[in-house]
Design a protein around this ligand. Sequence first.
Ligand SMILES: Nc1ncnc2c1ncn2[C@@H]1O[C@H](COP(=O)(O)OP(=O)(O)OP(=O)(O)O)[C@@H](O)[C@H]1O
Ligand SMILES: Nc1ncnc2c1ncn2[C@@H]1O[C@H](COP(=O)(O)OP(=O)(O)OP(=O)(O)O)[C@@H](O)[C@H]1O
Ligand SMILES: [Mg+2]
Ligand SMILES: [Mg+2]
Lengths: 228, 228
Amino acid sequence: VLKMENIRKTYDMGDTQVIALKQAYLCLEAGDFAALKGPSGSGKSTLLNICGLLDSANDGELEFLGQPVAGLNNRQLTLLRRENMGFVFQSYHLLPVLSASENIEYPLLLKGEDVKTRQNRVAELIEQVGLSRFAHHRPDHLSGGQRQRVAIARALVNQPRLVIADEPTANLDTETATQMIELMHALGKAQGTTFLIATHDERMAARCDRVLNMRDGEIHETTEIAVH
Amino acid sequence: VLKMENIRKTYDMGDTQVIALKQAYLCLEAGDFAALKGPSGSGKSTLLNICGLLDSANDGELEFLGQPVAGLNNRQLTLLRRENMGFVFQSYHLLPVLSASENIEYPLLLKGEDVKTRQNRVAELIEQVGLSRFAHHRPDHLSGGQRQRVAIARALVNQPRLVIADEPTANLDTETATQMIELMHALGKAQGTTFLIATHDERMAARCDRVLNMRDGEIHETTEIAVH
Ligand SMILES: Nc1ncnc2c1ncn2[C@@H]1O[C@H](COP(=O)(O)OP(=O)(O)OP(=O)(O)O)[C@@H](O)[C@H]1O
Ligand SMILES: Nc1ncnc2c1ncn2[C@@H]1O[C@H](COP(=O)(O)OP(=O)(O)OP(=O)(O)O)[C@@H](O)[C@H]1O
Ligand SMILES: [Mg+2]
Ligand SMILES: [Mg+2]
């Protein structure tokens, strides 16, 4: 599904340079449920943004669904993302003028789904993330963990092939976090969805069948954990 | 330091009403290191905003440093906050146009501290949160956990009597989170600072000597844990 080779990403800060990714290698098979762990500032969000075709690397190769992304223009990348990916951002990036259910509905609108399909999918997801009572609340009238769950629902509503989640349980209590993890697993089982999840949360990492460890812009080892 | 009695807080949403706090009681002694735990949406941020004099309740009494806050006007509340409190917001609320060190310096500027004092305090704090290399980065050029640490440093720089922290370790790996928790404990020991910390993080709660449990807008029980 996703293959990353020798990816390098730097940020220029005038006279200094931040090397966010040094030599990142990654290979995800369909249905993988992978955790990306690592210290604050080690490059996880940077890596996820490149995997999600939201940012480009300075060096290295990236393939998505067997196709190299290097040659693609912005419109093609946008289409590829829209058709195949769901993204949970570390700071959610919900649309402030839309309600919770409108935010969740948005990817379906972009995809051109009919109104009946949209209503059903949104109703289903908002129930699954436990926010039925808050469907009409806008983000500024939601708690931190409620916003995070709207972001999760939005990432899943399209039933995408690849879900990239940047610390999706950071603001959730253990019970709610567990429900979200199980929701993602259910989607993985039902649809063969692939998950790449940056997380500091041990409960989340423990439920992943692969754990990729990041340090100073490199993925140092993959611990294969058999999920029983 | 802080006394809250029978606090009620509701939000009107046109035809419906959200009862965020029902009957909240709280009593903090100087030097307390208290965790506020509870499910997503249970009212923690709402409670913290009222404790921090950033929001007012619909009903009930609140005393800060022995003084009822009900009669105070906005200017008096702002002064009380500025002189005595440090706040870590769940979504950080850093000033986007200021660098990390300028953000940390800000409460000292408001307090009218001289430039030498400000420089020393900021240098100390930025070192303690492990961000010396990123002092000149603005928030949009920082990782999620780095922004969170700037928010923590800003809350501590004034050496306030009361620190109110809303999920201050949510985006931190275990090692960095432990350093932040120990930093707060050190301040508590050295200055007698009181801490009220909303947290979903078991590592954080385990290091608190009081654990207040919140559910549906009420604080149901306080578990006194002896810290050895
Ligand atoms: N401005 C608002 N208008 C309407 N409802 C609100 C508003 N702010 C918060 N709420 C609601 O009040 C309840 C409590 O919110 P609060 O932010 O205090 O929860 P919390 O315990 O901090 O949750 P989390 O752990 O997810 O951060 C939530 O159900 C939320 O939807
Ligand atoms: N736009 C940018 N310009 C300059 N430096 C940046 C930029 N974005 C990120 N960085 C730096 O690159 C490094 C990696 O950032 P990244 O956000 O990928 O870390 P992370 O592993 O996601 O951290 P966290 O766990 O705290 O979210 C950090 O040191 C950060 O300061
Ligand atoms: Mg990140
Ligand atoms: Mg909250």
